[in-house]
Design a protein around this ligand. Structure first.
Ligand code: DHB
Length: 471
C-alpha cells in the first residue's frame, strides 16, 4: 500500500526545549514520509515544527500563522544522505556545541520543515546504490511538494519556503533554488509518487556550496596553482556516519602539469561566461590568470576584512592586510591564498583514481563511482566511466538560471569563508554574479576568517530571511 501524502494535523506532540538559557515551545509533526512510494523511507521523510504561539493566535517576530515563512534546512554533508533534523545542537562535527538553526528559526517565528534526503553510499537490500545523483535533489523537491500539498493544514506560508544548507548541503540548497518546477526532474518525482504540486521555492541560503562540479577542478587550480602541498581531512562513511581522517601530501609532477592545464581551462571557461560585476563591469582573465575577475575577487575579500574590522574584530595579525585608522587600505590576495592553503590534490574533485565523494555522487545503481568530466575520464586510473551528461547537468544550479526551463528563486544569500579552500572562491562568486545577471536579489559575501562551516551568523541570516519574506 502506498504512503498517504495527507498531513494529519491532529497527530503531533507539544515540546518545550531549553538550550543555553532560551526556551521554545512548538508542535512537532515527526517522520512525515513525503512520497507515496519511498525507496528509502528513513531518508525520504521530514520533521515539521511549528511555534506553539501560532495556535494561540500570537504574532512572533512580525509573523502570523498565515505569514510565517517556512525554513527548510537540509542536513546534507559531503553528498551523503541527510537525516531529518530537529531543534537542538548542530549535528555537524565542527559545531556540536552550537544551538542549531532549527532552534533559532522557531524562536524567530519561522515554521521549520527539516527534510531527510538520500545520498551517496546508500545501498538497498539488493546491494544497489540507491542515493546517487539525482536522488538528493529529487527528495528535496518531493519534500517541497509535500508542504504545498498540505498548505492550510499547518501554519506557515508555502509561498515563502526558504532553504538552507552548508557545503554539499549548500550546493543542494542552490540547486533547489535554481531548478523550481523544471521538467528534467519530473520522471523521477513521478516514479516516487511525489505530490503533484509546484516545487519552486522563494529563497535560498547557501553556505560554501560545493557546486558547479564540472568546473570545480579548473577553478581550484586557477586559485591554487603553484601551491604544491595539500592538507585536509578526508571523510568516509561508516554506518551512515561521516568519519574524518587526515589527508595530506605533495603533488606529483603529473599533477603539477595537470594543475597548469586545468588553470588554463578555467581561464577559457570564465571568459566564456561573459560575467559582469553587479551586471556592469566585465569580469575577465588574461592568459596569465590575472585580470578584472581576480581583482573583483580580491575586492570582495578586502570588503569582508573591512566588515570584520567594522564589527570590532582584531585583524592586526593578518600579514596580508594593511590597515590604517580602521580601514583596510590594501589586501594581498596571493599571500592570503597561500595562508589559506591547498586542501585538495589535483584534480580536486573528479579524481583520477575515481574514488572521491563527487565520483560517488555520480555513480550508478551498479557502479559506485564515475567520472563527471572528460578531463577526469581521460586521466582515469581507477577503471571509471563517464556519468551521463544529463545527470551532471541536473546537479549543477548554474545550468538552470536563464529562466527558460525553471522558476528560479528570487532571493539568494551566499556565504563562503575567507579561509575555506574546500572549493575555489571563484565558484560562489561566479554563481552570485550569474544570479544577478538574471535579475535575482543576491546577498553574497565572503565571511572573514571562517573556514569550512555554515550557520555561523544566524542573527544576520534570519534578519535577511525576515526582510525578504516581508517584502
Ligand atoms: C563537502 C566538503 C568537500 O570538500 C567536498 O568535496 C564535498 C562536500 C562537505 O563538507 O559537505
Amino acid at each position: 500500500m502506498s504512503n498517504t501524502l495527507e498531513l494529519n494535523s491532529a497527530h503531533y506532540q507539544v515540546k518545550t526545549l531549553e538550550l543555553k538559557g532560551s526556551s521554545i515551545t512548538y508542535r512537532s509533526f515527526g517522520d512525515l514520509v513525503y512520497v507515496e512510494n519511498p525507496v528509502y523511507p528513513e531518508f525520504q521523510k521530514m520533521n515539521l515544527f511549528v511555534p506553539e504561539g501560532y495556535y494561540q493566535g500570537e504574532m512572533i517576530n512580525g509573523f502570523s500563522a498565515e505569514t510565517a515563512p517556512i525554513f527548510f534546512p537540509n542536513a546534507v554533508g559531503a553528498y551523503a544522505a541527510g537525516r531529518a533534523d530537529q531543534p537542538g545542537f548542530n549535528f555537524r562535527l565542527w559545531a556540536r556545541d552550537q544551538v542549531n538553526a532549527l532552534f533559532v528559526a522557531l524562536q524567530k517565528g519561522f515554521v521549520v520543515a527539516a527534510p531527510a534526503s538520500r545520498g551517496r553510499s546508500l545501498q538497498d537490500r539488493q546491494g544497489h546504490f540507491a542515493g546517487c545523483a539525482p536522488a538528493a535533489i529529487i527528495d528535496l523537491k518531493a519534500a517541497v511538494r509535500f508542504l504545498r500539498h498540505n498548505r492550510g493544514r499547518f501554519p506557515g506560508d508555502t509561498e515563502r519556503i526558504i532553504s538552507n544548507g552548508t557545503s554539499a548541503g549548500g550546493a543542494l540548497s542552490a540547486l533547489l533554488g535554481a531548478t523550481g518546477n523544471c521538467s528534467d526532474y519530473e520522471p523521477y518525482l513521478e516514479k516516487l509518487g511525489a505530490a503533484n504540486e509546484r516545487d519552486d521555492i522563494f529563497a535560498a541560503s547557501c553556505f560554501c556550496p560545493i557546486m558547479n562540479l564540472e568546473h570545480a577542478d579548473m577553478a581550484y587550480e586557477w586559485l591554487l596553482e603553484g601551491l604544491d602541498d595539500f592538507h585536509s581531512l578526508r571523510f568516509h562513511t561508516e554506518n551512515g556516519k561521516l568519519i574524518p581522517e587526515p589527508y595530506e601530501g605533495l603533488l606529483t609532477s603529473a599533477q603539477k602539469d595537470a594543475s597548469r592545464e586545468l588553470r588554463q581551462m578555467f581561464i577559457s571557461y570564465l571568459n566564456g561566461l561573459d560575467l559582469k560585476a553587479g551586471s556592469k563591469t566585465p569580469l575577465r582573465l588574461g592568459t596569465d590568470g590575472l585580470g578584472s575577475f581576480r581583482e573583483h575577487l580580491s575586492d570582495l575579500l578586502r570588503e569582508s576584512a573591512q566588515a570584520a574590522l567594522d564589527r570590532g574584530g582584531d585583524l592586526s595579525d593578518c600579514p596580508n592586510l594593511h590597515i590604517e585608522e580602521g580601514k583596510v587600505v590594501s589586501f594581498h590576495l596571493d599571500g592570503h591564498v597561500k595562508a589559506a592553503g591547498r586542501m585538495k590534490p589535483v584534480p580536486a574533485f573528479d579524481v583520477w583514481e575515481n574514488n572521491s565523494a563527487e565520483n560517488e555522487l555520480f555513480g550508478t545503481a551498479e557502479s559506485q563511482f564515475q567520472h563527471f568530466t572528460k578531463y577526469g575520464l581521460a586521466h582515469d586510473t581507477g577503471g571509471g566511466s563517464l556519468a551521463q551528461p544529463e545527470l551532471t547537468r541536473m546537479m549543477n544550479p548554474m545550468e538552470y538560471l536563464d529562466g527558460k526551463t525553471s522558476d528560479t528563486a528570487s532571493h539568494w544569500r551566499i556565504r563562503h569563508g575567507s579561509l575555506d579552500c574546500h572549493t575555489s572562491w571563484a565558484i560562489p562568486l561566479i554563481f552570485a554574479e550569474k544570479l544577478r545577471e538574471y535579475g535575482k536579489n543576491v546577498d553574497f559575501q565572503f565571511a572573514w576568517g571562517k573556514e569550512h562551516c555554515g550557520d555561523y551568523d544566524m542573527e544576520q541570516m534570519f534578519a535577511w530571511m525576515k526582510d525578504v519574506a516581508l517584502q
